[in-house]
Design a protein around this ligand. Structure first.
Ligand code: SF4
Length: 442
């Protein structure tokens, strides 16, 4: 008989995944358990992963009811664990998985955990695609082709330390940006910094506190301007509508290397006017940002988890700067007519709380922000809420209504996941989850 609604997924101690024969999927919106709307569910996108959540009991619903059932163990008495999906790039999850954490459970690794269910032979997740750009769609990457291109590049640029670093990123971390550099398309990375003036709880290049590993080891020494210029100019001169970006997952904060960046931006723009020179950053140092803009920087992408100072500071743990300085950096760029986007870490419950939406709208308005890149925050959800503390989650309205509220307030605001090429800057583009608007209105 066909399923009319997704059933809950569970995992055994060995990490084998099963769909429960009867009980139905529940989700957590950061505040309460609920059933996802059928319309909010999409088939699990290609390039997504499934995770077992150790020592977390799946929570499910009796068919057709809201009665919650906790699944501690299987029919043979062995423990059961919750299951989550890590959705592919360009998708934003709408809800967290529903589970109850058992005593002694380990912190979860730095991934963004989405609810997942099984229906008619397929996995379904509550998620929306927020960027139609296919630059990181997995089927577009042939690793053998990447390996060949890396060899070619090493011969063409023998002494270039950045090319050597990107080889590691492309072949070991399978970083799509590094692979795209070697494949000569879309956006290329310019990692520059080995240190940072923040200590994000969920930093993916340097982990001090929580019992999880950083996904990347951070660049050990700052990059050299000549190496960065060579990488950038090679890319921008051969890729139509290309983008090059400082500020990657494998480094610290680029702005702490102000003089290196300024020399690099100036050097690139002395050689080519093609494409976009972009800075992914915590935007902590507005004076440095102003100098980079004057040197020719075209765009900045500012990473924030919250536009409310207490919750920003509890996550970023900044040294020597505040969220006000971050806003100042946005103004330094927008006042010079440069492109400003936010790399906004979406966390269901926090992002879609009315107080957060108000603060975010104020930041967008004051900073002259033209685009919000919606990224899933990679962190153990319960650990994150513990660290943020009281008031971070209050009456969340839902992730899609949150996005639609921003567009209603800023009709020209662009949404996406990737740094846009020059030709798409300034164009609002499609509204993510547009088909869902009538569902929420009803
Ligand atoms: S700003 Fe970036 S590099 Fe610095 S701690 Fe945060 S995530 Fe890590």
């Amino acid at each position: 008989m066909a399923d009319s609604y997704p059933r809950v997924m569970v995992a055994d101690d060995n990490g084998n995944f099963f769909d429960h024969p009867e009980l139905e999927m529940l989700v957590w919106d950061g505040e309460s358990l609920r059933r996802p709307l059928r319309e909010e569910l999409i088939q699990l996108p290609l390039g997504s992963d499934l995770f077992m959540l150790p020592e977390r009991s799946p929570l499910a619903a009796l068919p057709g009811t809201d009665d919650v059932v906790e699944l501690d163990e299987g029919p043979d008495g062995s423990p059961l664990h919750a299951v989550s999906a890590f959705v592919a790039p360009a998708y934003v999850r709408l809800y967290h998985p529903a589970y109850d954490t058992r005593a002694g459970a380990p912190d979860l690794s730095l991934y963004a955990y989405s609810a997942v269910g099984w229906m008619n032979g397929r996995l379904y997740v509550p998620a929306v695609r927020v960027d139609q750009d296919k630059r990181q769609d997995p089927y577009r990457f042939d690793i053998e082709e990447v390996e060949q291109k890396v060899l070619q590049f090493k011969l063409q640029h023998p002494g270039n330390q950045t090319v050597k670093h990107l080889e590691h990123c492309a072949l070991v971390y399978h970083c799509r940006a590094a692979q795209n550099y070697f494949l000569g398309r879309w956006e290329a990375p310019l990692p520059a910094a080995s240190t940072c003036n923040a200590a994000c709880i969920g930093c993916i290049s340097d982990q001090q506190d929580i019992n999880v590993e950083a996904a990347h080891s951070r660049l050990s020494i700052p990059s050299r301007p000549d190496d960065l210029i060579e990488v950038a100019v090679t890319h921008l001169e051969r890729v139509p509508n290309g983008v090059v970006s400082f500020g990657q997952g494998c480094e610290g904060e680029p702005l702490v290397q102000g003089p290196v960046l300024e020399a690099t931006v100036r050097g690139i723009r002395e050689r080519t006017s093609a494409g976009v020179v972009n800075l992914n950053s915590n935007a902590s140092l507005p004076k440095v940002v102003a100098r980079l803009a004057d040197a020719g920087l075209d765009a900045i992408r500012i990473s924030i988890n919250s536009a409310r100072a207490p919750y920003y500071e509890r996550y970023y743990r900044p040294t020597g700067y505040t969220l006000d300085n971050v806003l100042e950096s946005a103004k330094e760029m927008s006042s010079r007519g440069r492109y400003v986007s936010l790399n906004y870490f979406v966390f269901p419950g926090v992002s879609d709380s009315p107080a957060e939406i108000e603060a975010l709208c104020a930041f967008i308005e004051a900073g002259g922000v033209q685009m919000v890149q919606l990224r899933n925050l990679n962190i153990d959800p319960e650990l994150y809420l513990r660290e943020l503390g009281e008031g971070a989650v209050e009456d969340p309205i839902g992730v899609v209504p949150f996005i639609h509220t921003l567009r209603a307030r800023f009709p020209k605001l662009r949404f996406g996941y990737f740094n846009p090429p020059r030709t798409r800057q300034g164009r609002p583009g499609p509204l993510p989850g547009a088909k869902l608007a009538p569902v929420y209105a009803s």
